[in-house]
Design a binder for this molecule. Structure first.
Ligand code: 5GP
Length: 236
């Protein structure tokens, strides 16, 4: 597989075209940002952890017949993916109150959310990813009603696969962000699933093992990413 042109560089990843039209290479960086890039830093080894963890979870979802853009792992930091036309919606699934849901509702962090809920945000850096509803999705023509119904259903199916899988690794899946895209007429999950995009707490102690350690200056950021990877890799 030959790496060709850089088509996108984001906060945590670079995407390159390849010699095959429908395939791209996703390169995972150690750069970290938070609060719409107001806070910047580096988390050593993060790119490797996020690449490996995403591959593991995409494979797990593939076995559950959930379509993802993942094709194969090329190196420590590179993943071969199907090229997607990304839908400009950030889909968030929540099992436990944390982050912006705690702020918006006043519910204490750690309150169970039963049944899990799905939220939609407009994927827009200049606007700071505002929350939107189904009517805004229709108004902005981000996705058809049929596509949105599929996104909501699939987000909950992904949660139903990942939550018990991570629980077996003593990790509580608090919430996570998904991005979907189109490959021709097919919808599939894109981007990554990692401690950058999920809140993961130790199931017993509720210690935060995700990007909140960076966002909130809790220290032990690298160690948390490595610990998540160690648990996932153990008894694969
Ligand atoms: P919250 O809305 O509470 O800030 O975030 C909910 C979940 O979505 C968290 O797991 C958080 O990591 C993820 N998330 C929300 N927005 C973003 C974003 O712009 N980038 C990343 N990496 N994750 C996000």
């Amino acid at each position: 597989m030959e790496k060709r042109d850089k088509i996108y560089e984001g906060k945590a990843k670079i995407v390159y075209t390849t010699d095959k039209a429908g395939l791209v290479i996703q390169y995972f960086k150690d750069d970290a940002t938070a609060f719409n890039a107001l806070k910047r830093g580096t988390i050593l080894g993060k790119g490797v952890v996020n690449n490996r963890m995403s591959a593991m979870l995409f494979e797990r979802l593939g076995r559950a017949r959930i379509p993802t853009h993942f094709v194969s792992t090329l190196s420590d930091r590179e993943m071969l993916c199907r090229r997607l036309d990304i839908i400009k919606i950030e889909t968030i699934v929540r099992n436990v109150v944390a982050g912006s849901l705690a702020k918006r509702t006043g519910l204490p962090e750690g309150t169970p959310v039963r049944p899990p809920i799905v939220e939609l945000y407009l994927k827009s850096d200049p606007l700071g990813d505002p929350m939107i509803n189904d009517d805004h999705v229709r108004m902005l023509k981000l996705a058809t009603p049929k596509e949105l119904a599929w996104i909501r259903r699939t987000a909950l199916r992904i949660n139903a696969v990942l939550r018990p899988y991570l629980a077996r690794k003593a990790l509580l899946l608090v919430d996570f962000k998904l991005e979907f895209g189109r490959a021709g007429s097919k919808l599939m999950l894109g981007n990554e699933i990692s401690p950058d995009t999920c809140r993961l707490w130790d199931a017993e102690t509720r210690e935060k093992l995700d990007k909140d350690r960076f966002r909130q200056d809790l220290g032990g950021v690298e160690e948390a990413y490595q610990e998540v990877y160690r648990r996932l890799a153990a008894g694969k």
